[in-house]
Design a protein around this ligand. Structure first.
Ligand code: ZN
Length: 285
């Protein structure tokens, strides 16, 4: 049984790796042929079509110990500089309000999030985001606060004072779909109460560990998150959000340590169409 689960995870990892390389090749062709630039120009200036998207980062540092989830400081700085020039960067509160209550966005709108609660969010990412006056949110697995390479209570409190948003990400980062109701509730509400003790205010948002609906969390998990008092929760499914989104399984776009042309292509909106969505459903990505 254990072997089956492991080989299944390995297969999923391989599938994502292949999709990732295919995405880079496609981005290269689209970007350097000028199609991406033309697409953005026409979408914004001619069609006046804008989108809202939430980005997922994990770690920002130059060690590259976990290449899947780490962005170098230089790349992170260039990515945020690009976002500042081309997007309306807002808090989670604001992007959800805009998507819920506004019938039409007036610009491409983006929110920046980090999962897990790595220490480098404070030491490396925070100074860069501060330099660009960019708001952001950190989803913390609270059982790891004050441990090696993770945020401390003091760092969380200091960023909170600076209006950085914090959200729950369970206590011990378990796959919630693999737990019974009681254990899942304790993981979900435990992260909320631990953060509230540090922040002295209500914690509204949650992000599912690993984050794929059906695999890592279920409808029942979403119900528990709601019952625990969260007002919205984020998955790791790729895509934009709008007024039709399920607010307890919100899409995000995961960002990796990629050349800037891939980042720009990924956020051009060109991949957010029915054909690509259908292809993702067929390939199970
Ligand atoms: Zn996580």
């Amino acid at each position: 049984m254990k072997v089956d689960v492991q080989s299944n995870r390995k297969f999923i990892k391989l599938k994502y790796k292949l999709a990732w390389y295919a995405g880079i090749v496609l981005s290269f062709l689209l970007y350097f042929s000028g199609i991406i630039g033309l697409y953005i120009f026409l979408r914004k200036k001619y069609f006046k079509k804008y989108f809202a998207v939430v980005l997922t980062y994990h770690s920002v540092n130059d060690n590259n110990n976990s290449p899947d989830i780490t962005v170098s400081q230089k790349n992170f700085d260039s990515q945020i500089a690009y976002l500042v020039r081309n997007f309306n960067i807002v808090s989670i509160d604001k992007i959800l309000d805009e998507c819920r209550y506004r019938t039409q966005l007036e610009d491409d709108t983006i929110a920046i999030t980090f999962d897990d609660g790595y220490k480098d969010n404070y030491t490396h990412a925070y100074p860069i985001l501060k330099k660009y006056h960019a708001p952001f949110t950190i989803f913390v697995s609270t059982g790891y606060i004050d441990t090696t390479n993770m945020l401390t209570k003091e760092e969380i409190a200091a960023m909170h004072k600076d209006k950085i948003t914090f959200g729950g990400h369970t206590v011990t980062h378990k796959v919630l779909s693999g737990l019974n109701r009681e254990a899942a509730t304790s993981e979900i509400s435990g992260s909320k109460s631990a953060l509230e003790q540090i922040l002295k205010e209500n914690v509204k948002y949650f992000a599912y560990p690993y984050g794929k609906k059906g695999r890592d969390f279920t409808n029942e998990t979403m119900q528990i998150v709601k019952e625990c008092g969260f007002t919205a929760a984020f998955s790791t499914k790729n895509g934009c959000i709008d007024s039709n989104s399920n607010y307890f399984a919100l899409n995000r776009i995961g960002i990796r340590n990629v050349p800037l042309f891939v980042f720009k292509s990924r956020l051009s909106g060109i991949f957010e169409n029915k054909f690509i969505t259908l292809l993702r459903v067929i390939l199970g990505l």
